[in-house]
Design a protein around this ligand. Structure first.
Ligand SMILES: O=P(O)(O)O[C@H]1O[C@H](CO)[C@@H](O)[C@H]1O
Ligand SMILES: O=c1cc[nH]c(=O)[nH]1
Length: 244
């Protein structure tokens, strides 16, 4: 197996990437975060447009890189970061759909476990589990930061899946109830599986971008790219504590 650079990340030294990586799906959101919140920023990746940057937040080195959408994409990037670049922690910072009426657009969700009916974890690492837990150490730090900054979060399991548009599934509400699912997105299950297999830390913070209970409030693509400030405070302050 190749070492660095990898087929998908062009950084030639492990030092170009911090021990904690924040990972939105959208590479342009990664750029925006680096420009807005980090100092002394250096870009470490542009292969396939999957932009990655390292800078400092309150003096602590933090990286931010896009994951792309779905298990295939985050599966590649998170594995290469954990396995070949010695990254310890990846915090996904994404958007999601709400699976409960009390969870509103712009609310923040901290994922406990990610649920999927798909085969990524089995094919990648032989895991049969449909629910895979995120790092409780990172989740505890996020809770601490939320308390310190008076930021409200919903906590629970989330559903992950490669299929955004489905014309056949009608069993979701039952699965959501049975598995304690409060929101839906497309990457956390693969991230948590890779973290488990490499003995690293994966966590997932989400901002609700749309709700089937309130379609009128759903966010535009531009708002999704720009509007997630509270989640950013949580992720950046957590990263700063983790690299103490
Ligand atoms: O906003 P991001 O992080 O991309 O997350 C969500 O948005 C994308 C779908 O529009 C999927 O990647 C899903 O997980
Ligand atoms: O994956 C996603 C992302 C946002 N909203 C959804 O319903 N699903």
């Amino acid at each position: 197996m190749s070492d660095i650079p990898t087929p998908h990340i062009e950084a030639t030294s492990k030092d170009e990437i911090a021990k904690v990586v924040l990972m939105p799906g959208d590479p342009l959101r990664a750029k925006k975060i680096a420009e807005t919140y980090l100092k002394d920023v250096k870009q470490f990746n542009q292969v396939r447009g999957m932009l990655g940057f390292t800078g400092t937040y309150k003096g602590k080195r933090v990286s931010v890189m896009g994951s792309g959408m779905g298990f295939g994409s985050i599966g590649i990037y998170s594995y290469e970061l954990f396995k070949f670049y010695d990254v310890d922690t990846i915090i996904r910072i994404g958007s999601c759909g709400a699976s409960r009426p009390d969870i509103k657009v712009m609310d923040i969700v901290l994922a406990d476990k990610a649920f999927s009916t798909e085969t990524f974890a089995k094919e990648a690492h032989g895991y049969d589990d449909k629910l895979i837990e995120g790092s409780q150490m990172v989740a505890d730090t996020i809770r601490e930061v939320a308390k310190e900054n008076n930021i409200k979060m919903h906590e629970g399991n989330i559903a992950s899946g490669n299929v955004f548009y489905s014309s056949v599934r009608d069993d979701w509400e039952k699965l959501e109830k049975e598995n304690g699912i409060i929101a839906a997105e497309m990457e956390a299950f693969a991230l948590f599986a890779n973290a488990k297999a490499t003995n690293k830390n994966g966590a997932c913070l989400l901002t609700v971008s749309d709700s089937k209970y309130d379609h009128e409030k759903n966010l535009t693509a531009e708002a999704r790219q720009n509007a997630f400030d509270a989640m950013m405070v949580l992720a950046l302050e957590t990263a700063a504590k983790l690299v103490d």
